[in-house]
Design a protein around this ligand. Sequence first.
Ligand code: CTP
Length: 467
Amino acid sequence: MPSITIRQLDEALKKKLRLRAARSGRSVEDEVRTILREAADERGSAAADDPVPAAKRAISRSGAAAAPGRKRVLLIIGGGIAAYKSLDLIRRLKERGFAVRGVLTKAAEHFVTPLSAGALLGERAFTELFDAASELDVGHIRLARECDLIVVAPATGDLMAKMANGHADDLATAALLAAGTRILLAPAMNPHMWANKATQRNLARLIADGVTIVGPNEGEMAEHGERGLGRMAEPLEIAAAVERQFAEAGALAGKRVLVTSGPTHEPIDPVRYIANRSSGKQGHAIAAAAASAGASVTLISGPVNVPDPSGVSVIHVETARQMLEAVQQALPAEVAIFAAAVADWRVANAGEQKIKKKPGQATPELALAENPDILSTIAHRKSQRPKLVIGFAAETENVAANAQDKLRRKGCDWILANDVSPSTGIMGGDRNTVALVSTGGVEQWPPLSKEDVAAKLVARIAGAIEK
Ligand code: CTP
């Protein structure tokens, strides 16, 4: 028999519930209460006429509040089409041994029912702020306090705006405002809503407040024919991000890490630009490795063809000046790693219109202006300088000597120096041979995959931060 999808389960439960309500002549809400009571009774408790103690028993039996040693996750389901995936997320989290409680926003109830969420949670899903039963039972303060992590999935543009501004006009936002624990957001919205300056402003604020972000991913939207950045991360990716939050062994748990990656594009006119051969593979691998080590990572990426690493907050930019702006916005951070191949110059006389080729006209001359040096700017900051500032040195000759000179000039703590001569295949390739240059000397690393370079670097960073 083919396996049943969460969506099918949700629809079947809704149908059954409506039928039951039609037959009994009672409201759907009353039916939900009865079912929860029956479920509690079936599991061996005394008869419960009062829904409050029944719900309480259901909670303690599910282990959400009680089981010692189990990590407790409060899942807040926002109102978006991706809400159905959050039902699968409940399953994924429980499979991994987490005790999960659930809150649905009013908007979420348009997409999934408290009943289907409750069936998967093994206890009722909470929905009401001003509900005597809920408040007497656990209430928003207990919901917020009796958990080790709050996950908001899908985090809609509206929920993010409310969080960024400290609103608390429903159960979900009240619990978030009362939270004393870590928060993980899985944003999901239309690409235009995601790209909107207001959303990006809210995102920057939330990151500055210490919230961790997973996704969004790029892909098909629910709206016909729409594609772009805004799809919620898949349940497995979110579950992995949750596990990372608890990675006590994670060498960078609780640390904030900033990474730049990829090339920059400097426009010549609206259709042409100056670029370089950087693929972003090394910077992205570093961001992924830092996230796996438990860090809260912001990756500022130039235009690349590699996918965004999961569990990392990614900000996409084009030019060096945009990259500097995004880096400054993303501070404070304990560690900053500048792996991007930033263009040293931009076109000072870039055309506002496409430069046309006219017969008899002289070849156009491009005047160049120097771009800001992002690494040097951050390394020389008086305030909010990350504890560890790490640069790269892309060299084609005298690698170690040039890197040592860069270390001094740019004021950073370490430089990873690599030979990017075309014969090495490093730029754009999958492997890298680097030397770690610090004031202590030059340490040559063997040829490694870019992922292994990233893992080795992260281990070194963790060791240095500990000291
Ligand atoms: N970098 C930067 N901003 C720039 C140029 C470079 O942040 N405008 C950073 C890179 O991310 C890298 C380091 O500086 O971490 C060295 O980059 P590299 O291209 O090797 O050196 P340049 O500064 O460009 O110097 P040169 O061209 O002389 O090698």
